[in-house]
Design a binder for this molecule. Structure first.
Ligand SMILES: Cc1cc2nc3c(=O)[nH]c(=O)nc-3n(C[C@H](O)[C@H](O)[C@H](O)COP(=O)(O)OP(=O)(O)OC[C@H]3O[C@@H](n4cnc5c(N)ncnc54)[C@H](O)[C@@H]3O)c2cc1C
Ligand code: SF4
Length: 564
């Protein structure tokens, strides 16, 4: 394959157009930089390509998934657990699932939009319980950028003044639906905190975007741009500056370096033609998602950086974490035969249960939050998970239809999402023998949960079963045993993978500094989840966005000062 170079040298080359890369491209172009944005996936415009308004019966496959749309053929995200020609491997004994998007905007095209700030405790957990490590920054260091992200993107929620759940700048939240009100009552009786959810969906007009009209189809891509995706909120304004060069179907192979040891561009495969190309840039920002960023660094080997770029500490790929997760669902007899009523809402939960307990009284560290699902969403093929799970459900003809009507909306489910502590057995590395279809060495994952996570997930299971019992319901599945890991989801499968190039003050134990700038290469930055020192009991993307904006502001300021 012939290598071609663009003659231009860009101010910045950003790799990846999801949450982190979209925000970097937006902030940097607005600050006057000429940015080349490389995206491995195809072009995508939610307004034109979204399927928000289709009926379930429009599906020729009756809603069944496809390989590149594992969450259903109308889902707004192209990608999946497996991508043809782009394998990854797992070490013996490891169960790890890696979800990758391949499209403009990455996973933000169908993410859940649960948009939570990390709290003050989440940045200094080691000081509080001795486990893991502290971040080199505090909540107060990030707060101004959380505020800017709220203002730019828009988010609904409510001011609650809780100690580790910082409030933001919120639009009014939607009213909880019937099943959410019942769950609230039961959970509060058990001492669980319940507040309105915090989702990056606008409920008032915002920066020229229309408010949500409650069609409940957020995962299909919002054609009115009422929820957040990089594709409908960040990329278009960046393009309007005239300073963004967007290159899709561009699979970055490695970051190249000059004799001075600084990054001087990125080599990539033009997937449309199969040719190798190179783009020159004065600054490189990696935002290909946490694990892919670690892969790019490890594959960017040279005589100056024989162990991979920015890897003098040997910690690239290390300190990888995911959120812990497990689910319980059940049937609630008092919701049977409900009179028809309007449960329209956003494509996500209207209530949220943040961590509410004191770990000193528990057999595990750190916490989890609870997400709730159920109710009367637009029914699709296979909805309710099978009528046979309900008492006397089944049969055929009129009685079957009648059962569906009676039981429709009479189930509820709870998902726990908790904090894993980084451990030495959870990391990714380059597989010594396997390459992808472009000849790029692939990642091999290593994973082991510890008792911290197993005990936490056991507590989730017990809590969800207690809430369902309090609602007068019966669960659909027996309590998983210890041998079944209490129902813990595989590493990676909650799709909150973080770490792999963590930030820190000490260059011998971390990859980037507090500004997400590589210790070893001053014009190399990371703007995705790789620099995270730890998880939290919160979903990570609002923090990825805030840190990406903060890093980009730092780059703009350094450029202005002539330091980069
Ligand atoms: C179903 C689902 C629900 C979720 N719900 C939530 C939620 O409610 N709240 C929350 O906080 N988070 C949620 N997440 C996680 C959230 O989507 C991610 O945290 C976020 O998108 C990460 O942003 P990113 O920029 O790091 O990666 P991505 O959004 O994945 O973007 C990375 C981009 O880089 C591109 N890329 C990768 N490799 C290369 C390469 N070599 N060259 C060029 N381009 C490359 C990819 O194609 C992709 O477009 C969810 C994820 C999924 C899948
Ligand atoms: S529920 Fe609201 S934000 Fe979601 S797709 Fe529909 S209109 Fe858009």
């Amino acid at each position: 394959m012939q290598s071609q170079s663009r003659s231009d040298t860009y101010d910045v080359c950003v790799i990846g157009s999801g949450a982190g890369g979209g925000m970097a491209a937006h902030t940097l172009t607005k600050a006057g930089a000429r940015v080349a944005l490389l995206e491995a996936g195809q072009m995508w415009d939610p307004v034109k390509n979204g399927t928000m308004l289709k009926w379930p019966y429009d599906s020729p496959r009756r809603g069944a998934s496809t390989r590149e749309r594992p969450f259903g053929e109308f889902d707004g995200c192209i990608g999946g657990w497996q991508i043809d020609g782009e394998p990854y491997t797992t070490a013996p004994g490891t169960k790890f699932d890696w979800w990758r998007a391949r499209m403009l905007g990455g996973r933000t095209n169908h993410w859940g939009r649960i948009s939570l700030r990390f709290g003050p405790y989440d940045f200094n957990r080691k000081s509080r319980d001795g486990l893991g490590d502290d971040w080199p920054i505090t909540y107060d260091d990030v707060k101004p950028w959380y505020d800017e992200v709220d203002k730019l993107i828009g988010i609904f929620g409510s001011a609650e003044n809780l100690p580790n759940e910082p409030d933001g700048i919120f639009h009014p939240p939607p009213t909880p639906r019937c099943y959410e009100q019942l769950a609230t009552k039961a959970a509060r009786k058990l001492g669980v905190t319940v507040i309105p959810s915090r989702l990056s969906i606008i409920t008032k007009p915002h920066n020229g975007r229309a408010p949500c009209h409650y069609c409940g189809q957020c995962n299909r891509g919002c054609m009115t741009a009422s929820n957040f995706s990089s594709t409908n909120v960040l990329i278009p304004p960046a393009q309007k500056t005239g300073r963004l060069t967007l290159i899709t179907d561009a699979m970055a192979r490695e970051v190249t370096v000059g004799k001075d040891g600084l990054a001087n561009g990125v080599s990539y495969i033009d997937k449309k033609t199969g040719t190798d190309k190179h783009i020159s840039a004065r600054i490189v920002v990696l935002a290909a998602s946490a694990c892919e960023t670690a892969r790019l660094l490890l594959n960017s080997k040279s005589s100056q950086f024989p162990n991979g770029l920015a890897n003098s500490s040997g910690t690239v790929g290390k300190y990888l974490t995911d959120t812990t997760g497990t689910d319980v669902s059940g049937f609630i007899p008092k919701m049977v035969d409900m009179p028809p009523h309007n449960e329209d809402g956003v494509g996500g939960m209207h209530i949220y249960m943040p961590w509410w307990l004191d770990n000193s009284k528990l057999d595990f560290p750190r916490g989890y939050h609870i997400e709730t699902y159920g109710g009367r969403g637009v029914p699709s093929a296979g909805f309710m998970g099978g009528i046979h799970r309900y008492p006397k459900g089944g049969g055929y003809g009129a009685s079957l239809k009648d059962d569906y009507r009676r039981y429709y909306g009479a189930s509820i489910g709870f998902s726990g999402r908790g904090e894993q502590i980084p451990n030495d057995d959870c990391y990714c590395e380059i597989d010594p023998t396997v390459v992808d279809q472009y000849g790029i060495p692939v990642l091999r994952f290593n994973w082991k949960w510890t008792d911290h996570e197993y005990n936490q997930v056991k507590h989730m299971q017990e809590t969800f079963r207690a809430i369902i019992a309090e609602m007068g319901g019966q669960v659909f599945s027996p309590m998983p045993t210890k041998d079944e890991g209490y129902g813990i989801a595989n590493g990676g499968s909650i799709i909150h993978e973080l770490g792999g190039a963590r930030m820190g003050k000490d260059p011998t134990t971390s990859v980037v500094n507090a500004n997400c700038q590589a210790h070893d290469v001053k014009n190399l930055f990371i703007a995705d989840g790789a620099p995270f020192v730890s998880q939290a009991d919160k979903n990570p993307t609002w923090t990825i966005l805030a840190l990406s904006m903060r890093t980009s502001d730092y780059i703009a300021q350094q450029r202005k000062a002539g330091a980069l």
